[in-house]
Design a binder for this molecule. Structure first.
Ligand code: PHE
Length: 356
């Protein structure tokens, strides 16, 4: 009997030590110590022994059990460490490697063009400002000198928020002119790119679209600066020095005088080319900031003056990258994005080239 116990102990310890992985180790444990395990079975024979043999034999079986348990615990520790090591090795990631040459994701042309526009104005010394998409009547209209009965306030153009009569989805980024001027004293030289919303939809209008607001206020900024700034900007943006621009007199309650600017282009169903043909596409509204607006935000109009503009980002993307229909921008068609999209890590800069 004693020999049998010794060889059982030897056999089990051997099996534990040779278990190649945690799963096998657990099988060995069940076979040895489980309800029907080898050690358990031997324990069950205790009752059939003569009374005086039971105690010493029981003690020996328990010693075998303890030795096997201890061996299992030790082996488990070794195997767990090895398994972790293997896992870490397999999941190793060298973060210093260059990115994959063909990233799957593409930047939307609106994102790309926003970055390009921001890079150009940053070079001209403009800071970037922001405001919320959902704004109030004051920032969107009242402070911008819209009279109470002005048609732009009507349902026709503006999205209102149900249950919140004072809130609107901003119809233009001019809200950020107000926020900027109320946040601190002049001078100001900012651009504010962002989403804007109007109840309108066709090949060149989308109910959600993007604008960049520009605002320059100091002691003597005038309309000539505005023209020069926009001409320089367009030449930098389109990377050519013959961009045909047309300034048309216009009206905005918050500028006086006001103008709209068109770019000469040729447009057909599936093509859009700038600098050719006889079509004009409107890209922005601009003008000298109205003295009443300056007064509304607490800036002295006798001491400060300057210009503002609101540029349609989506239209700029259409013109630069020859995309004829604005509605395709927001259809979330991956084939379209693959065709018109941009590599994610090519940040536009004016010195390295805006789009590559
Ligand atoms: N906010 C005007 C629009 O969306 C554009 C604009 C901005 C005009 C700034 C003048 C000055 O149509």
């Amino acid at each position: 009997m004693a020999d049998r116990l010794d060889s059982l102990r030897h056999e089990l310890l051997e099996a534990v030590d040779h278990a190649p992985d945690l799963k096998t180790l657990d099988e060995v444990r069940v076979q040895a110590l489980g309800k029907k395990g080898r050690v358990t079975e031997v324990m069950k024979t205790l009752g059939s022994l003569p009374a005086e043999e039971r105690k010493p034999f029981g003690q020996r079986v328990n010693a075998v059990k303890a030795a096997v348990e201890e061996a299992i615990a030790a082996r488990r520790e070794v195997l767990e460490a090895a398994e972790l090591e293997a896992k870490l090795e397999a999941e190793r990631l060298d973060v210093t490697l260059p990115p994959r040459p063909h990233p799957i994701g593409r930047l939307h042309p609106v994102t790309q063009v926003t970055e390009e526009i921001t890079a150009i104005f940053a070079d001209m010394g403009f800071a970037v400002a922001e405001g919320p998409d959902v704004d109030d009547d004051f920032h969107n209209f009242t402070a911008l000198n819209f009279p109470p009965e002005h048609p732009a306030r009507e349902m026709h153009d503006t999205f209102f928020i149900e249950g919140h009569p004072e809130l609107v989805l901003r119809t233009h980024t001019s809200t950020v002119q107000i926020r900027t001027m109320m946040a601190g004293p002049p001078p100001y030289r900012i651009i504010a790119p962002g989403r804007t919303f109007r109840c309108d939809s066709d090949a060149t209008h989308s109910p959600m679209f993007h604008q960049v607001e520009g605002l320059v206020i100091d002691r003597s900024t005038h309309m000539g600066h505005l023209k020069g700034c926009l001409q320089d900007f367009c030449e930098a943006f389109f990377e050519r020095d013959d961009v045909p621009l047309r300034f048309r007199p216009s009206f905005f309650p918050f500028t006086e005088p006001s103008a709209e600017v068109d770019i000469g282009c040729r447009r057909s169903k599936d093509e859009l080319i700038i600098g050719e043909g006889s079509d004009w596409m409107e890209i922005l509204g601009c003008g000298m900031v109205h003295p009443a607006v300056l007064e509304n935000v607490g800036v002295d109009p006798d001491a400060w003056q300057g210009f503002a503009f609101g540029l349609g980002i989506d239209r700029m993307a259409m013109l630069k990258y020859g995309i004829p229909d604005l509605r395709t921008f927001f259809e979330a068609d991956l084939r379209w994005l693959k065709h018109y999209g941009f590599a994610a890590l090519d940040f536009p800069t004016t010195f390295a080239g805006l789009a590559r």
